[in-house]
Write a protein that binds this ligand. Structure first.
Ligand SMILES: Cc1ncc(COP(=O)(O)O)c(C=O)c1O
Length: 389
């Protein structure tokens, strides 16, 4: 039975949302990766109940937190994880920061596969490490891995880490088991630790599968840190609650120490409640959300096909972020993102944020109502029709 109506969104204007309060004025935000939908009823109830206590002193993370993480891995992803593998943390970016600080010395290197989430680039640079880019290759409209170059980068003396984005933001790719095996074997061979950011693991569409990196084989589990959070799946990014899964005891101890030293281990009172409620009760909401998002993606594809037929949409296998190649209509401007905002009052992310080779690409967030999405698309189309052709 349809319980949730995703045509109705929360009015987020003037609610201190980054996505909705960048600048004043009439604009349509299809950028920052959060959703405009209200969360599942059970999550809201858990937060309201906690708020009603009236006292918000330092929280103790209860067993239910760890049990909820284990439960979700089992029921949703058919994977067994142990309580001792779980490190609580305030976010995936804080996790990456701790990991980079711990496993690289200044000037040592980290591999990423571009175009990729801009905070991978930022976290590596902020922590004094060097970025090695293995550009994903477009082959017949799909992104594939350049294994030869990957191995060249992995075998360098200074390469210590590989940050995998699984599923991949912004291209929406679900890496297959075979692809992950090839990447993982190269990392094992050259002693490169794998950090698998799996924050988008639950938003996966019909016909595609997410493969948890640590589930592939024991050797991968023992040479990896998996970063997860309910934040993308359940629209809880502001609660700052996440977890790292680290089966290798030695690696676990090092990461635990880094989390303590960087003071990013204490999840706030609401984060704990939201995390538990989401993983315990979020299934139904998520199932209904996925249907809605898939329809939004279809709508976007058809919209561009009709209005700007030379646009190439990379239909996402996962994530609510759509990677759109608009280069057939693109004319060089200093910042496509700013120009779209100023001339058309729509905010999307410029492909350039994810790779310097992705000028003329846009990342469009479809986690909003169809009405808002349609208005945003109308503005994008009018920008290219009116200003650029
Ligand atoms: C791949 C990826 N990792 C991490 C994050 C952010 O994680 P957090 O808010 O937990 O720091 C995002 C947000 O968009 C993301 O896309």
């Amino acid at each position: 039975m349809q319980k949730y109506n995703f045509d109705e969104t929360v009015d987020r204007i003037a609610t201190n949302s980054i996505k909705w309060t960048v600048q004043s004025g009439e604009f349509i935000p299809l950028w920052v990766a959060d959703m405009d939908f209200a969360v599942a009823d059970e999550i809201k109830e858990a937060l309201l109940k906690r708020a009603s206590f009236g006292a918000y002193g330092y929280p103790k993370t209860p067993d239910e937190f760890y049990e909820a993480e284990i439960l979700w891995w089992k029921k949703r992803h058919d994977t067994n994880i142990s309580r001792e593998w779980i490190q609580r943390v305030t976010g995936v970016i804080p996790s990456l920061s701790c990991i980079i600080k711990t496993f690289t010395k200044p000037g040592e290197s980290v591999i990423i596969q571009t175009p990729v989430y801009n905070h991978f680039h930022i976290a590596i640079e902020n922590n004094g490490a060097n970025i090695l880019k293995n550009e994903l290759i477009l082959e017949n409209g799909s992104y594939v891995v350049d294994y030869e170059n990957f191995e060249e980068l992995a075998k360098r003396e200074d390469t210590k880490l590989f940050i995998l984005c699984n599923p991949h933001n912004p291209v929406g790719k679900c890496f297959t088991r075979i692809e992950l095996e090839k990447l993982g074997d190269i990392c094992l061979k050259h002693n490169v630790l794998v950090v698998s950011d799996e924050i988008h693991r639950d938003i996966v569409y019909t016909g595609h599968n997410y493969t948890p990196y640590l589930s592939i084989k024991e050797a991968f589990a023992n040479n990896s840190i998996t970063c997860t959070a309910p934040s993308k799946t359940f629209n809880l990014a502001g609660l700052k609650a996440a977890a790292m899964i680290i089966p290798n005891k030695e690696i676990f101890k090092q990461v635990q120490k880094a989390v303590e030293q960087n003071e990013v281990g204490m999840i706030n009172v609401f984060g704990i409640e939201g995390f538990i409620a989401a993983y315990q009760y979020g299934d139904e909401w998520l199932e209904q959300l996925l249907v809605y998002l898939e329809k939004n993606i279809k709508f976007l594809i058809e919209y561009f096909k009709k209005e700007l037929p030379l646009v190439k949409v990379h239909k996402p296998e996962a994530t609510y972020l759509v990677w759109v190649d608009i280069s057939a209509y693109y004319k060089e401007v200093e910042s496509l993102q700013n120009d779209l905002f100023e001339k058309s009052r729509v905010i999307v992310n410029d492909g350039f944020n994810y790779s310097e080779n992705s000028k003329g690409f846009l990342r469009i967030n479809v986690a909003t109502s169809r009405v808002i999405l349609e208005e945003g698309l109308k503005r994008i189309v009018s920008y290219f029709k009116n200003n650029n052709l």
